[in-house]
Write a protein that binds this ligand. Structure first.
Ligand SMILES: [Zn+2]
Length: 67
């Protein structure tokens, strides 16, 4: 029998809902690129048990903020 255990976590891109595969050794603060739309996503939260990774759209602040 094939062991179907998957070491990766599935997450959906908040923008295009592309199903992203996030390696279980991904660390908080890492930046991932969505293959679907190219959006950059920051890993906001990880769980040791896996299956609980929060991705948030990486917002690039302009240089004129706080004008
Ligand atoms: Zn996307």
């Amino acid at each position: 029998m094939i062991n179907s255990e998957n070491p990766n976590n599935k997450n959906k891109c908040p923008d295009c809902e592309f199903e992203l595969t996030v390696p279980s050794d991904t660390e908080k603060g890492e930046i991932l690129s969505c293959p679907g739309c190219g959006l950059e996503l920051e890993v906001k939260k990880t769980s040791d048990g896996g299956g609980c990774i929060d991705l948030q759209e990486l917002t690039i602040e302009g240089e004129d903020w706080g004008e």
